[in-house]
Write a protein that binds this ligand. Structure first.
Ligand SMILES: [Zn+2]
Length: 503
């Protein structure tokens, strides 16, 4: 018996060894993934050496017009040059037999495939952005650490030019004890899937040793995923501290515009970045030090990112709708996307009684000093070439929104303020963008000719905002910490009463 069995073992071993060799040298996409209309991406997070993402992409049916492989030069909501091509460390293309095909690197964010028709596999390593300093345009949209990873897909993944409308499958291999927080949906086969690159870019992922907590407001489910480097901050604590703003948002918006929303908080004192909004989630790379003592600090920031569901994620111009990842294209309505959002995230709390009048000056000033004689439209149009004015879109933009609200309430005799205008715009533009060049005309048509004048003077133009005069209409002394004027008129009191509540 032994003499018969022995050769069989040898044969089996050889077959097994051949199988292993073939699998490891000839990568193939899963049979249930249709590569004629989609790409299949894999990221191996079990190998986090050199703090780079090891990425493999399976492609098919590329043509000469798709020879340029593009990494994002910018991304929605950032209004900045990001140039993720700067972080690519290796880039290779292969044919179906895994023979390497040559590539060239014509510009910062582009790699050129020498033979796109024969290309079946693309492999690259791209550094995470937190710990890899760059001399200009510092960015912080991906991170790798021993117990957690942040992926904003636009910071890690690219697309062949002309094909960003194909579907994107994504499989991420990660340590088995890690938790993943994301709104990116999975297919029945267990792959993440987005119908195009713009959608893929809309779903950040936070993975690692996380705490989680959930709550509901009306029909909306809020899930909080939290990484805290020294475990000072848990998701349950955040739900307790921040939960009120979801109630405030619901009152302000007369119901919440999403069914499910994921908050991804990353607390680490060694780095922080700008929180970034998405249509069903937002990512907050913050320090533990700043927030551990007072989680209430998170409220306005959390309200802000959530309000972005209204604008720019829903109410936006055609430039935002058909977002150009390769060639940054500015929209003049940045003040609306950010300034109006700052205003709304504060006023939703004030009008629901969560903060007081005395809290408002500090909240409105939290994005830095106002630079008075600057055109808000020009700040938007120049955001990619002049980053110095960017903060003013928030500070001056928020005050412009506050004045627009007061003027609307005055003209409508207290029946339609900025909140009501936003709700009307949401109805009108929830499934279509507004035209970039006629938004101010649209706002005027939906309100009063005087609003056209307001936008011409204070948004397009460089006239100083009439802050004192407008707040006086409410009986508020703006430069005395928004204190109420003694002996205010009935007219002032009536307008103040309308301004102070969600009616
Ligand atoms: Zn914002």
């Amino acid at each position: 018996m032994a003499a018969i069995i022995k050769p069989s073992i040898v044969i089996l071993f050889v077959l097994f060894a051949c199988g292993e060799r073939i699998n490891s040298t000839l990568p193939v996409a899963p049979a249930n993934v249709d590569l004629t209309n989609a790409f299949y991406y894999t990221i191996n997070l079990n190998d986090r050496t050199d703090l780079t993402f090891k990425v493999r992409m399976f492609v098919d049916r590329l043509t000469q017009t798709n020879e340029i492989f593009q990494f994002a030069a910018t991304a929605p909501g950032t209004y900045s040059i990001l140039d993720f091509g700067r972080f690519v460390r290796k880039f290779k293309a292969f044919d179906k037999s895994y023979n390497e095909l040559s590539v060239t690197h014509p510009t910062t964010n582009q790699w050129k495939l020498s033979d796109p028709e024969r290309t079946r596999v693309i492999e690259f390593e791209i550094a995470e952005t937190f710990h890899h300093p760059v001399p200009t345009h510092r960015v912080a949209y991906s991170s790798i650490a021993y117990d957690n990873v942040i992926i904003n897909p636009f910071a890690v993944l690219g697309y062949p030019t002309g094909l960003k409308e194909r579907g994107f499958y994504l499989k991420i291999d990660l340590p088995p004890d890690w938790t993943t927080g994301t709104s990116l949906a999975k297919t029945d086969d267990g792959y993440y899937y987005a119908s195009d690159y713009g959608r893929l870019a809309d779903f950040p992922l936070l993975m690692g040793s996380l705490t989680t907590a959930s709550t509901s407001v009306g029909n909306t489910e809020f899930n909080v995923f939290t990484y805290s480097k020294t475990n000072k901050i848990s998701a349950a604590q955040i739900v307790d501290a921040v939960g009120q703003v979801w109630q405030d948002a619901s009152k302000f918006l007369k119901g919440l515009p999403v069914k499910r929303y994921n908050y991804l908080y990353h607390f680490d004192d060694s780095f922080s970045g700008n929180p970034l909004e998405h249509s069903s989630s937002s990512m907050f790379p913050l320090t533990e030090f700043y927030f551990a003592q007072d989680l209430g600090r998170l409220k306005t920031t959390s309200a802000h990112e959530f309000f972005h569901v209204m604008t720019p994620l829903t109410i936006h111009s055609e430039i935002i709708e058909d977002f150009n990842f390769a060639y940054p294209t500015a929209s003049e309505h940045l003040w609306w996307y950010e300034g109006v959002t700052v205003w709304a995230s504060i006023m939703m709390q004030y009008r629901n009684g969560s903060i007081n009048l005395k809290d408002l000056p500090g909240q409105f000033a939290s994005h830095g000093p106002i630079q008075p004689q600057v055109s808000l439209s020009n700040i938007g149009l120049s955001c990619y070439v002049d980053g110095t004015q960017w903060g003013n879109a928030y500070t001056k933009g928020a005050l412009a929104a506050a004045l627009l609200d007061i003027r609307l309430l005055e003209l409508s005799k207290g029946t339609k303020g900025l909140r009501e205008l936003i709700l009307e715009l949401f109805e009108k533009y929830h499934d279509q963008p507004f035209p970039e060049n006629s938004f101010n005309d649209i706002l005027t048509d939906m309100t009063y000719p005087e609003i056209g004048e307001f936008l011409k003077q204070y948004v397009k133009g460089t006239e100083e905002l009439p802050i004192v005069e407008y707040f006086n209409k409410l009986g508020i002394n703006y430069y005395n910490r928004w204190s109420l004027i003694e002996n205010s008129t009935t007219e002032q009191q009536t307008l103040f009463n309308r301004w102070s509540v969600n009616f």
